[in-house]
Each structure stands twice: as C-alpha cells, then as structure tokens.
Write a protein that binds this ligand. Sequence first.
Ligand SMILES: Nc1ncnc2c1ncn2[C@@H]1O[C@H](COP(=O)(O)OP(=O)(O)OP(=O)(O)O)[C@@H](O)[C@H]1O
Ligand SMILES: [Mg+2]
Length: 270
Amino acid sequence: MGAPHIGLRGEEIHVAIDDTAILAGCSFDVVPGEVLGLIGPNGSGKSTLLRTVYRAIRPTTGAMWIGEDDVWNMTARQSAQRTAVVTQSASTDFQFSVAEMVLMGRGPHKGLLDRDTAHDRRVVAWALRAVDMTTFRSRVFATLSGGEKQRVLVARALAQESQVLVLDEPTNHLDAHAQLDLLELVRSLGLTTVVALHDLNLAATYCHRVCLLDRGRVVGIAPPRTLLTREVLRDVFRVDGEWLTSPTTGRDHLALTRPATSTTTDTEKP
Ligand SMILES: Nc1ncnc2c1ncn2[C@@H]1O[C@H](COP(=O)(O)OP(=O)(O)OP(=O)(O)O)[C@@H](O)[C@H]1O
Ligand SMILES: [Mg+2]
C-alpha cells in the first residue's frame, strides 16, 4: 500500500524518569525503507526509545524527526497516520472480533462519525491475508492464542497504512515458523522500520543494520556482522559469540555460549 518513503531520525534523545536517566543522549537514523534492528540487554532502553518515536514518552531533551517533521510538534493523530506500532504488551479483554481489531488500525485516517469505506474493508482483508489470519476474521480476539493475537496486532498496524513501522519484540509468543514468517513479511513491506529484537540471529538475518543500546546509550549502528564483534558481545551481552557461515544458505549465524569465566550468582540453598 505504496506510501512514499520517509526517513526517521533521533537526535540526542534524553529521557529521565524521576531524576533517573533512562536514555542518555541517543542519536540514530533509519533511512527510508530500511529495517533497523534495536538490540541490547534487558533494561538497556529499547522500549523507551521506541516510545519516543511513537509519541508515548516525550524526551526530556532532544528531537525525533519523521522526514522533515518533529514528532513532538505533530498532533497525536498526525503521528498515528505516519507511524504504526506493535507493542510488547498490547492486550484487550474486550469482546472485539479479529476483523474489528484490525479495522481499528484505520482509525487515524477517519473522522469520528465516518463510515467504513470499501477501501477500509480492502485494506483490512489485505492485512489479514498478509499475516495469514483470514480464517480467524470472525473469532473473538480475546480467545486467540498468544501467537495468533500477535499476528492480529501486526495486521492492525499494517491496516494503518503508515510509512513508519515500530515493533517492540514482535516475535514474542511466536513459534519458530511464525517468527521467520513475520520478519520476512516486515522486511518485504519496504517500510521505514524500527524493530526491537532479542534474538540476535533474527536481527542478523532480517535487519539491514542494527542499533545497539547499552545502559541508555547507543554503542553503535552498523550491519549486524560488523557491529556484533566478539568484544561487543562479551562487553555488552556477557556472552561468547562466534559467527559461522551456513554451508547451505551462505548466511551468517551467531553461535552464542555463556563465558566460562562468567561469575556465577549465589544459587546455593541456605
Ligand atoms: N516509567 C518508568 N519508571 C521508572 N523506570 C523506568 C520506567 N520505564 C522504564 N524504566 C526503566 O528504564 C530502563 C529501560 O527500560 P526499557 O523498558 O526501555 O528497557 P528495554 O531495553 O526495552 O528492556 P527489555 O529488553 O527487558 O524489554 C529499565 O531499567 C526500566 O526499569
Ligand atoms: Mg522492552
């Protein structure tokens, strides 16, 4: 749903909550149509940085640009027209059907009293097909499995027909096949995408570049194989890593092990 390409750029983003610095000057860019992986240990600030992109947290200082526009000078509605989001913990207990959930993605393009158009219905059908959930369209969302829900939430984001796509650990709950399917789809959309991922191999396979966060700072932005050196893996992730090239696919994969020297936490029973 061929929206023209637009880039995304964060400039010296600082976020402090209750006087604690969560992000300490993060700068990054996503070129139009690029899939940028956001990686880093638990608590490094990935979700917080994504929130500043989709206007859920206002940076203490710094600016977030979508194309020529500062996200924080837009209205919430303008932002939602440009940026679609799949978050870590979007759940609903309402009794909406799958099709109704996906139709909500059309919201930012409609007035309060606007009826659904033929275009809305076509987009919803396309989004459900894209995530292979067409046969679930009449099911109640709350009754779906975790993985099925996740795919519907991605469909809802697709239905938004935005230029920028933000995904926070979208492969959570998904089985191995569904993980590859989803990231293949994300990559094929050609949207300007930022996706937080824990699985470094998925990041290496599907992201043009990765942005590595550690304790609220950007360690680097580069293609996965360039950025994820033995030293970085040890310093930031506290793992030993080795890049191996598959003889069948020619793809690079990371083999990770726990360092032998790793300090063990005291797990002995008193
Ligand atoms: N509202 C808040 N109040 C206090 N601390 C917060 C708040 N939001 C985030 N933090 C803290 O900021 C840090 C970064 O959190 P964030 O959720 O961005 O990390 P993350 O990289 O997404 O982690 P994960 O991989 O576990 O999802 C964490 O230490 C978290 O506890
Ligand atoms: Mg997170």
